[in-house]
Design a protein around this ligand. Structure first.
Ligand SMILES: Nc1ncnc2c1ncn2[C@@H]1O[C@H](/C=C/CNC(=O)c2cc([N+](=O)[O-])cc(O)c2O)[C@@H](O)[C@H]1O
Ligand SMILES: [Mg+2]
Length: 214
């Protein structure tokens, strides 16, 4: 059919999920990726851990690095209080196009700003472009070798404040060794590992929650 995997995922959402119902969008993607085609969404094993951290932080400002198809964007945005904002960054235009439609199907487009571009280019511009002084919550799920440089960039740009929470996907599989070493050994972070499973599989993976101490 010439459709890409993200486009096939989008069709599954449009066919099986109720417009304006984020939970049905999440369920439709999880069903598709578990039974039809695997895809690198944070998924329904790690997803509840993401939900619990977002609910605990209840962020006014949130940042996601690596939108992909928007699955975790929907998971995060559905939990945000009125007036809160999620900025999500994606440099692949084809993925961004699918994500916009999935976010819209969930009815969450007013809570989400999807920025097309590289995190390294965007982060230094966030203050001036969005008037955001710091992020309460950051979800890292992009290329794994970008986690460490990007949080150092967030620190250098003054976008983290005492209590800011970082949550990183895939710290075991595919793995982010340099990032883990840094957040677990830096005096500037209090880090905690949440063991789970790689999406839609029985392999181990987990999320690392790191609180910035200022
Ligand atoms: N610097 C940057 N700025 C903006 N967007 C960027 C970016 N770097 C990557 N991206 C985007 O973020 C996504 C990459 C995710 C890598 N995840 C993965 O490679 C991954 C792999 C497995 N796996 O192999 O099992 C499981 C997982 O949960 C995974 O997240 C893609 O949509 C890519 O376009
Ligand atoms: Mg991931």
């Amino acid at each position: 059919t010439g459709l890409s995997r993200p486009q096939r995922m989008l069709k599954a959402v449009q066919k099986n999920a109720t417009k304006g119902d984020p939970q049905s969008v999440i369920a439709a993607i999880d069903y598709y990726c578990r039974h039809k085609e695997w895809a690198m969404n944070v998924g329904d094993d790690k997803g509840p851990i993401l939900d619990s951290v977002v609910s605990e932080v209840n962020p006014s400002t949130a940042l996601e690095l690596g939108t992909y198809c928007g699955y975790s964007t929907v998971r995060i945005a559905r939990l945000l209080s009125p007036g809160s904002k999620l900025i999500t960054v994606e440099f692949n235009p084809a993925y961004a196009a699918v994500a916009r439609q999935i976010i819209a199907h969930a009815g969450l487009q007013n809570k989400v700003t999807l920025v097309e571009g590289g995190s390294g280019d965007l982060i230094p511009k966030i203050k001036e472009q969005f008037g955001i002084t710091s992020f309460d919550f950051v979800f890292l799920d992009h290329w794994k070798d970008r986690y460490l440089p990007d949080i150092k960039l967030l620190e250098d740009c003054g976008l983290l404040k005492k209590g800011s929470v970082l949550l990183a996907d895939n710290v075991i599989c595919p793995g982010t060794p340099e990032y883990l070493e840094y957040v677990r050994n830096s005096p500037r972070y209090k880090s905690q590992y949440f063991q789970s499973y790689l999406e839609y599989t029985k392999a181990e993976d987990g999320l690392e929650k790191s609180v910035f101490l200022g």
